[in-house]
Design a protein around this ligand. Sequence first.
Ligand code: ATP
Length: 236
Amino acid sequence: MPLLSVENLDVFYGDFHAVHGVTLSVEEGQTVAIIGSNGAGKSTLLQAITGLNTDKRGNVRFAGTHIARMRADLIARQGITMVPEGRRLFGSLTVEDNLLVGGSTDRNGPWTLKAVYDLFPRLGELHRMQASTLSGGQQQMVAIGRALMTNPRLLLCDEISLGLAPKIIGDIYRCFDVIRESGVSIVIIEQNVAQACHASQHIYCLLEGRVSLEGDPRTLSMKDITAAYFGTEHRP
Ligand code: ATP
């Protein structure tokens, strides 16, 4: 049984139908990437899974529990945590206090302050600094660390590499192996297709709210991915 299974999910903003009949699954221990151009519905899909978007139809099951009609706080308690686009840190709080916000949930597990500082040693050095004074990459580490402090079973990451230098993106993605080894499954939304293919075992491409392609990135051709991403036919 997959850890997460989404079946025929439709999501609406008033009259606007943003996500159409999306079906996807995440196996335990997997990293799954969702790719697609601006406005394809990626963030809407993740928000619907976490209960932030309530106007939806379809089924979402997490570890066997139906969560599509559950409140966002109860879904979080099941073990789904989002690293939101734009990080949304508490800028006036220190690094450590931001991390402790994540640690205030009642879920237990391997992710403690020490474990986060072992993963991101730079955050240990900066633990007394105000979050707003950190670089973009350091802030992203805090956002990931704060999410890990909730001891999730599934981590949803919305565009974590946006605006960061390639070296920093590489450093952050390298930590994902450690996170998965700790028993956390991961979903990433990633604009950088090569990065998404490299970091994941399965990708879903969204086009205008629908899944236009899915599969193991090692077996999909870049031609097919590009066609699914932009909605263009490719001719042999
Ligand atoms: P991006 O990469 O730009 O974040 P995305 O793939 O995450 O894009 P969404 O943000 O999920 O796309 O948006 C999907 C569609 O829903 C877009 O057409 C967008 O304009 C629309 N949309 C998103 N949020 C709202 C909202 N709060 N109210 C109305 N329409 C919205």
